[in-house]
Ligand binder design. Sequence first.
Ligand code: SF4
Length: 353
Amino acid sequence: MIEPASFSDQLLAFYDEHARALPFRIRPHPYYTWISEIMLQQTRMETVLPYFERFIQAIPDVPALASVSEEQLLKLWEGLGYYSRARNLQQAARRMMSDHGGELPDTVEELLKLPGIGPYTAGAIASIAFHRVVPAVDGNVIRVFSRLMAYGGPVMSAPGKRYITEAVQSVMSKERPGDFNQAVMELGATICLPNGAPLCQACPVREHCLAFSEGNPLAYPVLPAKKERRIEQHTVFLILQGNRFAIERRPRRGLLAGLHQFPMRPGDLTRAEVSDLLADLGFTEARIEDGPGARHIFSHVEWQMSSYIIRVSTDRIAESGFEWEDQTALSDLTLPTAFAVFRREMEKLMGEA
Ligand code: SF4
């Protein structure tokens, strides 16, 4: 079994020597820890760093986050995906203003009551920002500890997660809990790798590792079989009228909730079907050409999108149900990355108009 004192010492020595100099480590502050942890959910560190800098420059603290417009907030988040994270940040900030004097609460229990904060994030904030001796168990930590203990049970089940969490708790440093948690994550990100063989020869804690001594680290963790991603076909309409283009909002619930998009309908529609649909909207004399295609992968679904470039000349645009914008809106609007190809195409078309 893992010997807590030497394990902790070796891990922290590794961390002191190799920890990446991240902006939220160099300037430690609970607000920065929180924002960075939320951004890092489902997003890679290299992607997050420029977003983090821009975000805290524009929205430097909890009161600013509570009062910023949703439009500006989503614009700062544009391209990071999972936009509900940004909305939850703002709801949590408003709760901090009303219930916690504009500060982050400093216990796991109180943090867990806030929107967008689950057990991992609560543990990370409480340990890193407030030095609470609590574990923060994410995918990296699960991988590292399942290998250290050669844990052959299903790690993503409730008992599996409990087992790993208790193991982390039993060996973690009482003096430097935040650094300890970050050290395990760092080990998982740089040495005990998720894809391909771990770099055991460079591992500072290999003398404690059962999987290493058994010679089969790749047997762990035992993960559930991956679900097949659902594929959805969609047709995107790039509709122009003079120097304006059509845009619509997605439903308030579900994927990319409430964000703008170019009008989009389910299915890989033929030109005749598009023509009928436009006629229903009152556009009887539309000129329709083929537009570019695109593919976008979300965690559980893949969109395969075709598009049509549609030029309309009627004055029935008010009844169409779309919003109409001019070229300047193309850079101001928050458009999900899924529509990047179509945004570029629209920029080109507007430039030619
Ligand atoms: S010895 Fe290898 S498998 Fe074990 S924790 Fe270190 S890197 Fe991971």
